[in-house]
Design a binder for this molecule. Sequence first.
Ligand code: PLP
Length: 470
Amino acid sequence: MPLEWSGSSPELLLALDRASAEPLRCQLERQVRDAIRCGRLRVGERLPSSRELARTLGISRGLIQECYAQLQAEGYLATRTGSATRVAAGAAPPAPAAPAPPAPEPARLIADFRPGVPDLGSFPMADWLWAVREAGRAIPTAALDYGDPAGATPLREVLAGYLRRVRAAAAEPDRIVVCSGHAQGLVLAFGALARAGVRTVAYEDPGGPRSTEAAAAWAGLDAVPVPVDEDGVDVRALAATGARAVVVTPAHQWPTGVVMAPRRRLELIAWAADRDAVIIEDDYDAEFRYDREPVGALQGLAADRVVSIGTVSKSLAPALRLGWLLAPPSLAAAILEHKLLSDRGSPALDQLALARLIESGRYDRHLRRMRPVYAARRAALLAALAEHAPGVRLTGLDAGFHAVAHLGLPGGEAALVAAARARGVGLHGMSMCRADGGDTPVQLVLGFGNTGERAVRAGIAAVGDLLAPR
Ligand SMILES: Cc1ncc(COP(=O)(O)O)c(C=O)c1O
């Protein structure tokens, strides 16, 4: 599609050589012709107005008009009275090989139980736009310069207060580094650990083996899985690995949903103190709790041993790419240097908008609004399974917007997922979360964040017999 310019004249790179024996008009014609022939200018694309181009090139407008008239006569340009001069249809060579046709749209699913996505349709767009406008209105001109790579001070101050208030974290603004979500936070933490001489990092199994191993490998670290039981990560097994760092999800274990038991938290902290090790806390899903009292962040219990990473990917939307990291003093300098080298800091306006969203109370209001929405979907999932697949047990329902379904099948996760898809239902198996990729026992990670109640009911009704064959 040709580039459309809504207002002012488009710019065009042309270089006239005033020392050349070739007259300026000939140079101009040749360069525009070449630009069209080689595809720099495509059919339908607008050329600068003669007035604008004359001004840019420092030559008379008449010369430009003569050039355009000549190229029009040759069939390269087309002009209609009252409208801009454009590249004429048929003037340019055939467009470069068309990109491969897009893969056919997958048939619309009745329901997709993909975990890890919040309700995208509930993103508080009006509040966000309000916050962006507020941030833009109040931003001092100097704040448009390169800023502190740790993040905009107003956001770090607001986040510190928020994390102290809601997560009982030991949060001070100078300990916070704003980053592009959990993904960047993890890479920054791994990089700092590698520079501190750590060689092996452990992670929970089941968990996110593929992404954790890949991020560790980039930092030059070995990654080893450690099992999770009903109280959280198995600290004895962790100790046996010799790792000096571990990534955990204490608030709501990904994907089992286990909340790390108080005693296990203390054991983990004792392990870290004993081994001079670091705990990387993925403090995700803490915002949405249902039946239980919220648990605080592990970081609040051992600020010198824990890197705590938070994100708005679940509470607002993944597309914002905003998160934060609370760094212990031993790693703070390396994390900050890595952040500076990576991107010189996250986008300032977005940071200031998030600060306004939180301090205005609109962020809390959004979370309050969303809790009953997710709770209703969770109830719909429980009811639908009870009706259509009564043998299936659900666990991990205390928080967040996914649950684990235990199917009691002998195996065959891939076939089950394929059969469900053929019926228009997206299911996601536990094998993706297991370090060995195994599919037994057969379990599903059922996300209901971005799947409405009606879709939850219809989706489960469509595959109930597959989940619990009678
Ligand atoms: C366990 C876990 N933590 C955190 C996140 C959020 O990551 P990010 O902030 O990079 O979007 C995800 C994303 O799916 C996740 O699976």
